[in-house]
Write a protein that binds this ligand. Structure first.
Ligand code: C2E
Ligand code: MG
Ligand code: MG
Length: 250
Protein backbone atom coordinates (compact mmCIF):
# COMPACT_ATOMS: atom_id res chain seq x y z
CA UNK A 1 0.00 0.00 0.00
CA UNK A 2 2.88 2.34 0.76
CA UNK A 3 6.25 2.15 -0.90
CA UNK A 4 9.55 2.78 0.78
CA UNK A 5 9.88 5.82 -1.50
CA UNK A 6 6.63 7.20 0.02
CA UNK A 7 7.96 6.64 3.51
CA UNK A 8 11.32 8.14 2.67
CA UNK A 9 9.59 11.25 1.33
CA UNK A 10 7.37 11.36 4.41
CA UNK A 11 10.42 11.45 6.69
CA UNK A 12 11.92 14.28 4.60
CA UNK A 13 8.63 16.19 4.57
CA UNK A 14 8.25 15.92 8.35
CA UNK A 15 5.10 13.79 8.19
CA UNK A 16 6.16 11.67 11.17
CA UNK A 17 4.42 12.59 14.41
CA UNK A 18 5.52 11.50 17.85
CA UNK A 19 2.84 10.83 20.45
CA UNK A 20 3.60 10.21 24.12
CA UNK A 21 2.06 7.76 26.56
CA UNK A 22 2.55 8.28 30.31
CA UNK A 23 4.14 5.68 32.56
CA UNK A 24 2.77 6.23 36.05
CA UNK A 25 4.33 5.35 39.38
CA UNK A 26 2.50 2.27 40.66
CA UNK A 27 0.48 4.29 43.18
CA UNK A 28 -0.90 6.14 40.16
CA UNK A 29 0.04 9.46 41.71
CA UNK A 30 2.77 10.68 39.41
CA UNK A 31 3.93 10.44 35.83
CA UNK A 32 7.47 9.05 35.94
CA UNK A 33 8.13 9.02 32.21
CA UNK A 34 6.54 9.00 28.79
CA UNK A 35 7.03 6.59 25.92
CA UNK A 36 7.47 8.09 22.44
CA UNK A 37 5.28 6.30 19.89
CA UNK A 38 5.61 7.24 16.23
CA UNK A 39 2.73 7.89 13.81
CA UNK A 40 2.74 8.75 10.10
CA UNK A 41 0.42 11.61 9.29
CA UNK A 42 -0.38 10.42 5.79
CA UNK A 43 -1.97 13.07 3.53
CA UNK A 44 -4.50 10.56 2.15
CA UNK A 45 -4.80 7.76 4.71
CA UNK A 46 -4.68 9.84 7.89
CA UNK A 47 -2.78 8.98 11.05
CA UNK A 48 -1.10 5.59 10.54
CA UNK A 49 0.04 3.33 13.40
CA UNK A 50 3.60 2.04 13.48
CA UNK A 51 2.37 -1.47 12.61
CA UNK A 52 1.59 -0.11 9.14
CA UNK A 53 5.00 1.29 8.33
CA UNK A 54 7.72 0.31 10.83
CA UNK A 55 7.98 -3.19 9.24
CA UNK A 56 8.42 -1.49 5.85
CA UNK A 57 11.14 0.74 7.26
CA UNK A 58 12.80 -2.34 8.75
CA UNK A 59 12.96 -4.00 5.34
CA UNK A 60 14.96 -1.06 4.03
CA UNK A 61 17.65 1.17 5.46
CA UNK A 62 14.92 3.68 6.35
CA UNK A 63 14.62 2.33 9.88
CA UNK A 64 17.77 4.17 10.98
CA UNK A 65 16.49 7.47 9.61
CA UNK A 66 13.07 6.89 11.15
CA UNK A 67 14.60 5.93 14.50
CA UNK A 68 16.85 8.97 14.51
CA UNK A 69 14.01 11.33 13.58
CA UNK A 70 11.92 9.99 16.48
CA UNK A 71 14.87 10.13 18.89
CA UNK A 72 15.66 13.74 17.98
CA UNK A 73 12.01 14.79 18.32
CA UNK A 74 11.52 12.92 21.60
CA UNK A 75 14.67 14.34 23.20
CA UNK A 76 13.72 17.85 22.08
CA UNK A 77 10.14 17.52 23.37
CA UNK A 78 11.38 16.03 26.66
CA UNK A 79 13.21 19.28 27.42
CA UNK A 80 9.72 20.66 28.18
CA UNK A 81 9.30 18.24 31.10
CA UNK A 82 12.46 18.32 33.25
CA UNK A 83 10.88 16.16 35.93
CA UNK A 84 10.28 13.03 33.82
CA UNK A 85 12.16 10.58 31.61
CA UNK A 86 11.44 9.73 27.99
CA UNK A 87 11.39 6.24 26.47
CA UNK A 88 12.26 5.72 22.81
CA UNK A 89 11.76 2.43 20.96
CA UNK A 90 14.72 1.01 19.07
CA UNK A 91 14.32 -1.49 16.25
CA UNK A 92 16.57 -4.57 16.48
CA UNK A 93 17.77 -3.70 12.99
CA UNK A 94 19.28 -0.43 14.21
CA UNK A 95 21.86 -2.54 16.05
CA UNK A 96 23.23 -3.66 12.69
CA UNK A 97 24.69 -0.20 12.25
CA UNK A 98 28.10 -0.27 13.93
CA UNK A 99 27.75 3.48 14.51
CA UNK A 100 24.41 3.13 16.31
CA UNK A 101 25.62 4.02 19.81
CA UNK A 102 27.71 6.97 18.69
CA UNK A 103 24.86 8.30 16.57
CA UNK A 104 22.53 8.16 19.55
CA UNK A 105 25.17 9.90 21.65
CA UNK A 106 25.57 12.67 19.09
CA UNK A 107 21.82 13.26 18.69
CA UNK A 108 21.20 13.40 22.43
CA UNK A 109 24.11 15.82 22.90
CA UNK A 110 22.78 18.04 20.11
CA UNK A 111 19.36 18.25 21.73
CA UNK A 112 20.82 18.99 25.18
CA UNK A 113 18.78 16.32 26.98
CA UNK A 114 20.68 14.88 29.97
CA UNK A 115 21.57 11.27 29.07
CA UNK A 116 20.06 10.05 32.36
CA UNK A 117 16.60 11.09 31.17
CA UNK A 118 16.61 8.87 28.09
CA UNK A 119 15.35 5.27 28.28
CA UNK A 120 15.96 3.19 25.18
CA UNK A 121 13.41 0.41 24.76
CA UNK A 122 15.00 -2.56 23.07
CA UNK A 123 13.66 -6.03 22.29
CA UNK A 124 15.59 -9.19 22.85
CA UNK A 125 16.11 -9.96 19.16
CA UNK A 126 18.41 -6.92 19.14
CA UNK A 127 21.04 -9.20 20.36
CA UNK A 128 20.48 -12.19 18.06
CA UNK A 129 22.71 -11.03 15.17
CA UNK A 130 25.86 -10.31 17.11
CA UNK A 131 25.47 -10.48 20.89
CA UNK A 132 28.93 -9.11 21.61
CA UNK A 133 28.42 -6.09 19.39
CA UNK A 134 24.99 -5.34 20.86
CA UNK A 135 26.42 -5.70 24.33
CA UNK A 136 29.23 -3.24 23.59
CA UNK A 137 26.85 -0.68 22.12
CA UNK A 138 24.51 -0.90 25.09
CA UNK A 139 27.40 -0.55 27.52
CA UNK A 140 28.65 2.51 25.63
CA UNK A 141 25.22 4.13 26.05
CA UNK A 142 24.80 3.02 29.61
CA UNK A 143 28.20 4.44 30.55
CA UNK A 144 26.85 7.80 29.38
CA UNK A 145 23.89 7.39 31.74
CA UNK A 146 21.26 6.25 29.22
CA UNK A 147 18.82 3.72 30.69
CA UNK A 148 18.02 0.48 28.89
CA UNK A 149 14.59 -1.17 29.09
CA UNK A 150 13.75 -4.61 27.70
CA UNK A 151 10.38 -4.19 25.96
CA UNK A 152 7.66 -6.83 25.45
CA UNK A 153 9.26 -8.99 28.11
CA UNK A 154 8.19 -12.60 28.05
CA UNK A 155 7.11 -12.81 24.42
CA UNK A 156 10.41 -13.92 22.88
CA UNK A 157 12.55 -16.98 23.01
CA UNK A 158 15.43 -16.18 25.29
CA UNK A 159 14.23 -13.66 27.83
CA UNK A 160 16.11 -15.26 30.67
CA UNK A 161 19.43 -15.29 28.88
CA UNK A 162 18.83 -11.62 28.06
CA UNK A 163 18.46 -10.93 31.76
CA UNK A 164 21.70 -12.73 32.37
CA UNK A 165 23.67 -11.02 29.67
CA UNK A 166 22.37 -7.59 28.74
CA UNK A 167 23.10 -4.43 30.70
CA UNK A 168 19.53 -3.51 31.67
CA UNK A 169 17.76 -1.09 34.00
CA UNK A 170 14.16 -2.09 33.45
CA UNK A 171 11.86 -4.67 31.93
CA UNK A 172 8.45 -3.94 30.46
CA UNK A 173 6.04 -6.81 30.97
CA UNK A 174 4.10 -7.39 27.79
CA UNK A 175 0.41 -6.62 27.67
CA UNK A 176 -0.41 -10.24 26.78
CA UNK A 177 0.40 -11.21 30.39
CA UNK A 178 -1.44 -8.26 31.92
CA UNK A 179 -4.66 -9.10 30.04
CA UNK A 180 -4.95 -12.44 31.81
CA UNK A 181 -4.12 -11.60 35.41
CA UNK A 182 -7.60 -12.71 36.44
CA UNK A 183 -6.49 -16.28 35.68
CA UNK A 184 -4.25 -18.20 38.07
CA UNK A 185 -1.79 -19.07 35.36
CA UNK A 186 -1.13 -15.50 34.12
CA UNK A 187 -1.21 -14.13 37.63
CA UNK A 188 1.45 -16.62 38.74
CA UNK A 189 3.65 -15.83 35.74
CA UNK A 190 3.38 -12.08 36.37
CA UNK A 191 4.21 -12.55 40.06
CA UNK A 192 7.26 -14.61 39.13
CA UNK A 193 8.47 -12.11 36.51
CA UNK A 194 8.21 -9.18 38.93
CA UNK A 195 9.95 -11.13 41.70
CA UNK A 196 12.75 -12.19 39.35
CA UNK A 197 13.29 -8.67 38.03
CA UNK A 198 13.29 -7.15 41.50
CA UNK A 199 15.70 -9.81 42.77
CA UNK A 200 18.29 -8.75 40.20
CA UNK A 201 17.73 -5.06 40.80
CA UNK A 202 15.66 -4.16 37.75
CA UNK A 203 12.72 -1.80 37.61
CA UNK A 204 9.45 -3.15 36.20
CA UNK A 205 6.83 -1.46 34.04
CA UNK A 206 3.60 -3.30 33.28
CA UNK A 207 2.19 -2.42 29.85
CA UNK A 208 -1.42 -2.35 28.73
CA UNK A 209 -3.15 -1.59 32.04
CA UNK A 210 -6.80 -1.04 31.09
CA UNK A 211 -8.77 -1.84 34.24
CA UNK A 212 -8.74 -1.04 37.95
CA UNK A 213 -8.37 -4.76 38.69
CA UNK A 214 -5.24 -5.01 36.56
CA UNK A 215 -3.91 -1.90 38.26
CA UNK A 216 -4.41 -3.27 41.76
CA UNK A 217 -2.99 -6.66 40.83
CA UNK A 218 0.19 -5.21 39.31
CA UNK A 219 0.54 -2.75 42.14
CA UNK A 220 0.40 -5.47 44.79
CA UNK A 221 2.64 -7.75 42.70
CA UNK A 222 5.31 -5.06 43.01
CA UNK A 223 5.56 -3.44 39.56
CA UNK A 224 7.19 -0.02 39.87
CA UNK A 225 5.46 1.65 36.93
CA UNK A 226 2.15 1.19 35.14
CA UNK A 227 1.28 2.18 31.59
CA UNK A 228 -1.95 1.80 29.67
CA UNK A 229 -5.25 3.21 28.54
CA UNK A 230 -6.48 3.35 32.15
CA UNK A 231 -4.23 6.40 32.56
CA UNK A 232 -3.94 7.70 29.04
CA UNK A 233 -3.68 6.65 25.41
CA UNK A 234 -0.65 8.01 23.52
CA UNK A 235 -1.30 11.76 23.19
CA UNK A 236 0.28 14.80 21.48
CA UNK A 237 3.04 16.75 23.14
CA UNK A 238 0.75 19.59 24.29
CA UNK A 239 -1.38 17.15 26.27
CA UNK A 240 1.67 15.96 28.21
CA UNK A 241 2.41 19.62 28.98
CA UNK A 242 -0.86 19.64 30.91
CA UNK A 243 -0.77 16.13 32.41
CA UNK A 244 2.75 16.50 33.73
CA UNK A 245 1.65 19.09 36.26
CA UNK A 246 -1.15 16.93 37.65
CA UNK A 247 -0.19 15.14 40.81
CA UNK A 248 -3.48 13.32 41.34
CA UNK A 249 -4.29 10.17 39.37
CA UNK A 250 -5.04 11.04 35.73
P1 C2E B 1 5.42 -1.00 22.28
O1 C2E B 1 6.72 -0.29 22.34
O2 C2E B 1 5.26 -2.23 23.11
O3 C2E B 1 4.32 0.08 22.62
C1 C2E B 1 3.12 -0.20 23.29
C2 C2E B 1 1.96 -0.28 22.33
O4 C2E B 1 0.81 -0.64 23.07
C3 C2E B 1 1.62 1.05 21.66
O5 C2E B 1 1.07 0.76 20.37
C4 C2E B 1 0.54 1.61 22.58
O6 C2E B 1 -0.31 2.54 21.94
C5 C2E B 1 -0.21 0.34 22.91
N1 C2E B 1 -0.91 0.44 24.19
C6 C2E B 1 -0.57 1.16 25.28
N2 C2E B 1 -1.43 0.99 26.29
C7 C2E B 1 -2.36 0.13 25.85
C8 C2E B 1 -3.55 -0.46 26.44
O7 C2E B 1 -3.89 -0.19 27.59
N3 C2E B 1 -4.26 -1.32 25.66
C9 C2E B 1 -3.89 -1.62 24.38
N4 C2E B 1 -4.65 -2.45 23.68
N5 C2E B 1 -2.78 -1.10 23.79
C10 C2E B 1 -2.03 -0.24 24.52
P2 C2E B 1 1.54 1.55 19.08
O8 C2E B 1 1.74 3.00 19.37
O9 C2E B 1 0.64 1.13 17.97
O10 C2E B 1 2.98 0.91 18.84
C11 C2E B 1 3.12 -0.45 18.51
C12 C2E B 1 4.56 -0.85 18.47
O11 C2E B 1 5.25 -0.16 17.42
C13 C2E B 1 5.33 -0.46 19.74
O12 C2E B 1 5.10 -1.43 20.74
C14 C2E B 1 6.75 -0.48 19.22
O13 C2E B 1 7.26 -1.79 19.19
C15 C2E B 1 6.58 0.00 17.79
N6 C2E B 1 6.97 1.43 17.72
C16 C2E B 1 6.28 2.54 18.07
N7 C2E B 1 7.02 3.66 17.87
C17 C2E B 1 8.22 3.24 17.40
C18 C2E B 1 9.43 3.91 17.00
O14 C2E B 1 9.57 5.13 17.09
N8 C2E B 1 10.45 3.11 16.55
C19 C2E B 1 10.35 1.74 16.48
N9 C2E B 1 11.39 1.03 16.02
N10 C2E B 1 9.24 1.08 16.83
C20 C2E B 1 8.18 1.82 17.29
MG1 MG C 1 8.00 0.27 23.75
MG1 MG D 1 5.86 -3.29 24.57
Amino acid sequence: MYSSADLSAAIDLGQLRVLYQPQMTSDGARMASVEALVRWEHPVHGLLSPGHFVPLAEKTSLISRLGEAVLRQACTDALRWPQINVGVNVSPLQFRDPEFASRVERIVRETGLPFERLELEIVESSYFDDPDKADLMLRHLRDLGVKIALDDFGTGYSSLSCLLRLPLDKIKIDRSFVIGVDTIRSASIVHAIVALARAIGLKVTAEGIETEDQQSFLRSAGAHFLQGYLYSAPVPVQMIDRLVHQVEPI
